[in-house]
Design a protein around this ligand. Structure first.
Ligand SMILES: C[S@@+](CC[C@H](N)C(=O)[O-])C[C@H]1O[C@@H](n2cnc3c(N)ncnc32)[C@H](O)[C@@H]1O
Length: 210
């Protein structure tokens, strides 16, 4: 299992240095499209920058494995009501369903088997009309692919990252029955923000009672 405790102290500064001014826009992208009063699950939210922009009235469950990252997230000023949970998402059970599940640079940490388990688990925790919000890397051009390799190398050494390559997230969401309803790109198409939803015709039909 990965352990980001060793890099928590420098993670945000490093990201800001590598990704520059767009880093904040990338982090905040999902928050802008989640409506107020939504019930939100954020998994692997790191130091929690997104919490500063989440709409007031939202009820957020923030599940993060690293206690050092979580400590930083707790210090964020937010207008949402946040329940901070330290633990492994795969071994954690929510109470109730969510309108939005956010995976910010989280899915890239896993191998294919766990990626599929995570998406299936989140699907079970989502309201039928709920949305999955994913922010992560695309393979991009040659230079971007090279930097991704370097990042995997760095995080495999410093954080014992389980994954060793960027997987095709789209095909896994499709295999789990999701449709991509919107996408935007950042940093010369290196990073994407996508929203996935289950199609209407896959939702359970509610039968009227006599
Ligand atoms: C690459 S960092 C991303 C941090 C932040 N979301 C961001 O956008 O920069 C991945 C985060 O996922 C957390 N994480 C890794 N495995 C986890 C798990 N099984 N359950 C919960 N959090 C996990 C790590 O501790 C780390 O903070």
């Amino acid at each position: 299992m990965s352990n980001f405790n060793g890099v928590a102290f420098i993670y945000d500064r490093l990201a800001q240095f590598v990704f520059g001014r767009e880093w904040k826009d990338i982090q905040m992208a999902p928050a802008k499209s989640i409506k107020s009063n939504a019930r939100v699950l954020i998994v692997g939210g790191g130091s929690g920058m997104i919490l500063e922009r989440i709409e007031p009235g939202c009820q957020v469950d923030f599940v993060e494995l690293s206690d050092k990252m979580l400590e930083k997230a707790r210090r964020r000023v937010t207008s949402a009501t946040v329940k901070y949970v330290q633990g492994d998402y795969l071994n954690w059970s929510p109470s109730g369903k969510y309108d939005a599940v956010v995976f910010p640079f989280f899915l890239d940490s896993f191998n294919a088997e766990n990626l599929s388990l995570i998406i299936q688990k989140a699907k079970n925790e989502l309201h039928p009309k709920g949305q999955m919000h994913i922010v992560d890397f695309r393979k991009g051009n040659v230079a971007q692919r090279f930097l991704i390799k370097l990042m995997y190398l760095f995080f495999r050494v410093t954080a014992k990252l389980e994954g060793d390559k960027l997987l095709d997230f789209d095909s896994v969401f499709t295999a789990h029955g999701f449709q991509k309803t919107r996408t935007s790109v950042f940093l010369n198409q290196w990073v994407f923000y996508s929203v996935y939803q289950l199609p209407e015709d896959s939702m359970p039909v509610m039968l009227a009672e006599d």
